[in-house]
Design a protein around this ligand. Structure first.
Ligand code: OOG
Ligand code: NI
Length: 466
């Protein structure tokens, strides 16, 4: 036994996300092209906006600009989800939030495995949006039974991956060599294998029931279906994708472009048809095409409070009610205009966002504040401290996902056949039972981060807490 020190969860996550990025770029060349395009646009955005460049530099974010923000996978059984949860725990990623996508006609429910601390997010922001297939939403009982039987036969993890996982759990950590091996074994879970595990007839039947079912059920493993880059100007990326014939989705999901960015805006190039190999009924080999894998970009803004989120949901629903974005993109401009019009009702300056308690902010003492720490003349409440320039306020960035946006992303990558109506609604209990633990509440995390920052500011200035 070696006594080498354990590697941090943040470091293992960085190894994993780096290996995943390399793998996906080689598997999906158009994703590599997107990554270069985004890097170019980010460089231009920084050149145009030196203040932004300075801010990113000060926050230590400049070097990590090209690091993927998230990826997504879809698993088939509760056992797979529970092992996935243990796998991401090694990388310091905990399940945050419950997303019910059945309301949007996608037969999955999901969570995001992500780092939760500010420092951990800064070190490596990689998250995984993980969905569990809901066979209970499929009407045809014979098909349901067949899909479950196929899933029961597969093991998506390598033996070595499971061994290293057990070693981590038994000893509380992995040394450098084990961590590297673990990251590469873990990434292997998510690689693309172009052979369907089922005969052609089964594949097409499942695909007819819902393209997502075929995607989850018919392959050896839960291939990573996209990775997501951070864009400093997502509108420019969307435009560039269409001029370069990269087949972007019709609209950017999320809020419109604003002075003060809120939540999350996302777009992607649509999933590419990829050649697959299927077995014919007589054992012959049949060629097919499967569309599941795409590339995405995101741009994040301030996290909203429950009140802010309710307003966001309301305005988004109003825009969707009046202009339904067509999947082929014919009315993208009309939709964008309607969205912009609706969101005029959402305050777009920091003071209003704060005063109306629509968003979360991080408070920190300024250098001037620290010079006055303990002075009797210091204002006692936050408003006065901010006014005097002793405390500064920065937005707390939204680190989670949006169910309506996620549904739009699923749908644009499943084709029009991906739209269904399901009778049953959310089933968070079943999801958490499968996961083996409860998901964390994202709103609580933001509220705690804000409260902590206020308390720390008071303390640093030598004042009693509020
Ligand atoms: C996940 C889609 C959701 C996002 O960014 O909202 C998602 C999937 O297609 O499996 O990744
Ligand atoms: Ni995504």
């Amino acid at each position: 036994m070696t006594n080498a020190p354990f590697v941090s969860a943040d470091a293992i996550r960085a190894m994993f996300s780096g290996a995943m990025s390399d793998m996906y770029k080689s598997e999906v060349p158009q994703y590599a092209a997107l990554s270069e395009l985004v890097a170019d646009i980010n460089r231009e955005a920084l050149a145009k906006d030196p203040e932004l460049a300075m801010r990113l530099k000060q926050a230590g974010d400049l070097d990590r600009l090209g690091v993927e923000r998230h990826g997504a996978i879809r698993v088939g059984t509760p056992e797979e989800l529970s092992t996935i949860r243990r796998l991401f725990a090694v990388m310091g990623m905990a399940p945050v939030g419950y997303y019910d996508l059945s309301t949007a006609g996608v037969p999955v429910h999901s969570t995001a495995f992500r780092p939760v601390g500010d420092e951990a997010l800064r070190r490596n922001p990689f998250r995984i949006f993980a969905s569990l297939l809901r066979l209970d939403l499929i009407d045809d009982s014979e098909l349901r039974r067949e899909a479950a039987a196929i899933l029961a036969r597969r093991n998506i993890f390598t033996l070595r991956c499971l061994e290293l996982l057990a070693m981590f759990e038994g000893r509380g950590g992995l040394d450098e060599a084990q961590a590297r091996e673990f990251a590469s074994e873990a990434v292997a879970t998510f690689r693309w294998r172009n052979e369907a595990t089922v005969p052609a007839e089964v594949y097409y039947n499942l695909r007819k029931a819902h393209p997502l079912i075929a995607d989850v059920v018919c392959f050896k493993g839960p291939h990573i279906n996209h990775l997501t880059l951070q864009a400093l100007d997502i509108d420019a990326v969307q435009l560039a994708m269409s001029t370069r014939n990269m087949n972007p989705k019709a609209i950017i999901e999320g809020p419109p472009r604003r002075k003060r960015a809120i939540l999350l805006r996302q777009t992607s190039f649509k999933a590419l048809p990829e050649p697959i190999v299927l077995k014919g009924a007589d054992g012959s080999i049949e060629a097919g095409a499967h569309s599941a894998r795409f590339g995405e970009v995101e741009q994040r803004g301030v996290a909203l409070t429950a009140k802010g989120r309710a307003l966001y949901d309301h305005l988004l629903a109003a825009a969707n009610d009046s202009v339904r974005a067509a999947s082929e993109g014919s009315n993208g401009a009309a939709y964008a205009e309607e969205l912009r019009r609706q969101f005029e009702a959402f305050p777009d300056d920091e003071t209003a966002l704060r005063d109306e308690e629509l968003a979360f902010f991080r408070y920190s003492p300024t250098a001037d504040g620290l010079r006055h720490a303990g002075a009797p003349s210091l204002p006692r409440e936050m408003a006065g401290l901010v006014q005097a320039g002793y405390v500064r306020i920065d937005p707390i960035i939204y680190e989670d996902f949006l169910p309506v946006s996620a549904a739009g992303i699923f749908q644009s990558n499943l084709g029009d056949a991906g739209q269904r109506n399901f009778a049953a609604g959310a089933n968070r209990e079943a999801f958490e039972a499968a996961l083996g633990i409860a998901v964390l509440d994202e709103l609580e995390l933001y509220a705690e981060a804000e409260a902590r920052s206020r308390a720390a500011s008071f303390k640093a200035l030598g004042l009693d807490a509020e």
